[in-house]
Design a protein around this ligand. Structure first.
Ligand SMILES: Cc1ncc(CN)c(N)n1
Length: 223
């Protein structure tokens, strides 16, 4: 079994519970409230900038030229392509650039982006790549799962199509191939750290959707 497959298998139950989250169930049926999707979109647009930075730092740490291009391209995709999708939804939902800029990161978004940035800056290249893999892989598999059962005239179809697309899945295969090569060359301790990083990020993916469904925010005087 490949190392990336072992990461996936070790977190299979977590992935299943991600699919079962009310946010994703209602995204598939098209019944997710506009308020919840709007909340998610704003937080995800914040997330994508930090994620793009983490990818760029990881690109700079790469041990070869291919990795520089792979992760620099992924940073570009996150900030330009994915955020364009969000821009379309923001317009539909009447979120102005000023409203977006004035909306702080929720605890879940703050936690996840801080984790990715800290890992990208402080961990070794193989561990940083393992921490980024769930952002690719879980979204691609959630996208495909929802695509297979998405309601007709789903208002969120553009989101579903983006993450179910062959282009997005090709990027996942590329990151898995890099993870597999790095794991092959790594010590046992590094492989264990890669497993831990993957799991941390997979849990934070779960929390991000759960928080969006709950309209998560800082409590009372913490705002
Ligand atoms: C929270 C989160 N994780 C991953 C992705 C897919 N790049 C995303 N848009 N948002």
């Amino acid at each position: 079994m490949s190392f990336s497959q072992s990461l996936w298998n070790a977190n299979q139950a977590l992935f299943q519970s991600t699919l079962e989250l009310p946010f994703n169930q209602e995204l598939a049926s098209g019944t997710l409230s506009r308020e919840r999707f709007r909340h998610y979109m704003i937080q995800d647009a914040h997330y994508l900038v930090a994620y793009g930075r983490a990818l760029a730092v990881t690109a700079a740490k790469s041990d070869n030229a291919e990795g520089v291009v792979q992760f620099a391209n992924a940073a570009n995709e996150a900030v330009v392509v994915e955020r364009a999708l969000h821009g379309g939804f923001m317009r539909d939902f009447g979120v102005t650039p000023e409203q977006f800029a004035a909306t702080p990161l929720t605890p879940a978004c703050h936690h996840y982006t801080s984790y990715l940035l800290a890992t990208a800056w402080s961990a070794t290249y193989p561990v940083a790549v393992a921490a980024l893999l769930p952002c690719f892989w879980i979204y691609a598999e959630v996208g495909r799962d929802i695509h297979a059962r998405s309601a007709k005239d789903n208002p969120y179809q553009a989101w579903v199509d983006t993450y179910a697309s062959e282009e997005f899945h090709a990027a996942v295969r590329g990151v898995c191939a890099t993870v597999d090569r790095l794991a092959e060359e790594a010590t046992e301790a590094t492989r264990a750290a890669m497993h831990a990083a993957y799991k941390d990020a997979a849990r934070l993916e779960w929390m991000f959707w759960d928080s969006a469904y709950r309209l998560g925010d800082w409590q009372g005087s913490l705002r």
